[in-house]
Design a protein. Structure first.
Length: 356
């Protein structure tokens, strides 16, 4: 099984990708709207088919990326039947399973943070995704969205702590950089819900938190009640308007060689190799300007901005760094030539200066 834990620093949200390696089918738990280009890039790079995005609850601190990923990848949207959200493809009930390839997640209703909170438990019970119900040495708040401290206490003790001690717990958030816990750890050490703490102890604790409402609540909740579809909300770009440019999971904008050759007159090509490579066996792209990578920062101001810039090197590594340098210098229309001159030559595209 493929498993990835992803992080959105703005909201401190964890998202999770799970996929069956044999079938190549995947599910994605708690996507974030602004991270949709990153998440789509990862799924494409791994060659996966995203079947469904799954929400642990209606979030109050960020807008979900569920609708965004549906538009990009054709995935279905799954939410709790108790969530009150509109526009989902699957309304999940307690005990239901969500299959991906030969694997599946079981849905466990764990209300308390909100009425529609669920925990997703992997078929082997080796992993569980608790959303904001149970955090690492903490828990979600219970003072809005039909929150109920008594319901949360019972959810944790009856639905999560009933899993094996070795079951790894992956939360919806963490504000200290912690990534994973376990049932055994939280049962012993959680200061709100573990040890000998009673339900009345927990309720008293939660009633006196005195926390301000999340900053994004007025935006996030209405959008999430529509599964992330919000009129007038700008979509995160993964295709600039000047060409078929793709964003990689590494955060690099890339373009394919054939398109570059077809549009050479409309582009400015910057070759960041060394002079002996520029005139070496691979040759160079017609009209490419040589600026070695080591000199690029100092010379970035020399490059006119009247046309989009394509950075190129031998295999695409140095030129990827070149795009970072050029963007820091204020250039927005910049992309890396995918595969560099090796791919250019492998596709038998035109070159100058090549010698055997």
């Amino acid at each position: 099984m493929i498993f990835r834990q992803l992080f959105d620093p703005q909201s401190s949200t964890y998202s999770y990708l799970l996929a069956d390696t044999e079938e190549g089918e995947a599910v994605f738990i708690d996507p974030v709207f602004e991270e949709a280009p990153r998440d789509a890039a990862l799924i494409r790079e791994l060659g996966l088919k995203l079947l469904c995005t799954l929400e642990t609850h209606v979030h109050a601190d960020h807008v979900t990326g569920a609708w965004n990923l549906k538009q990009r990848l054709g995935s279905q949207i799954g939410v709790s039947a108790e969530s009150g959200a509109e526009g989902a493809d699957r309304y999940l009930k307690d005990g239901e399973t969500v299959r991906f390839g030969k694997r599946h997640l079981q849905v466990r209703a764990t209300p308390g943070h909100t009425r529609g909170c669920v925990t997703y438990v992997l078929d082997s019970q080796a992993m569980a995704f608790t959303g904001d119900c149970l955090l690492i040495r903490g828990c979600g708040r219970t003072d809005f969205q039909q929150g109920d401290a008594r319901a949360m206490y019972r959810s944790v003790h009856e639905r999560i702590f009933s899993l094996p001690d070795s079951c790894l717990l992956y939360p919806g958030h963490d504000y200290r950089g912690l990534t994973v816990s376990s049932v055994g750890e939280e049962r012993r050490f959680n200061p709100r819900l573990g040890g000998e703490l009673s339900e009345s102890d927990f309720v008293g604790y939660m009633e006196n938190l005195g926390l301000p409402h999340p900053k994004q609540m007025d935006i996030a909740v209405p959008a999430n009640l529509k599964c992330g579809r919000r009129e007038g909300m700008a979509e995160p770009a993964d295709h600039p308007d000047w060409g078929p440019i793709n964003l990689t999971f590494a955060g690099i904008w890339e373009v394919q060689p054939h398109w570059v050759q077809e549009h050479l007159r409309e582009l400015r090509v910057i070759d960041v190799r060394e002079p002996d490579e520029y005139d070496g066996p691979l040759g160079h792209i017609p009209g490419a300007e040589l600026i070695p990578l080591g000199a690029l920062s100092a010379r970035a101001g020399e490059i006119p901005r009247d046309r989009p810039v394509i950075a190129v090197c031998r295999a695409g590594g140095r030129s990827a760094q070149a795009t970072v340098i050029l963007r820091k210098a204020g250039m927005e229309r910049v992309a890396n030539l995918a595969g560099g001159m090796l791919r250019w030559r492998a596709q038998h595209l035109v070159v100058e200066g090549a010698r055997d």
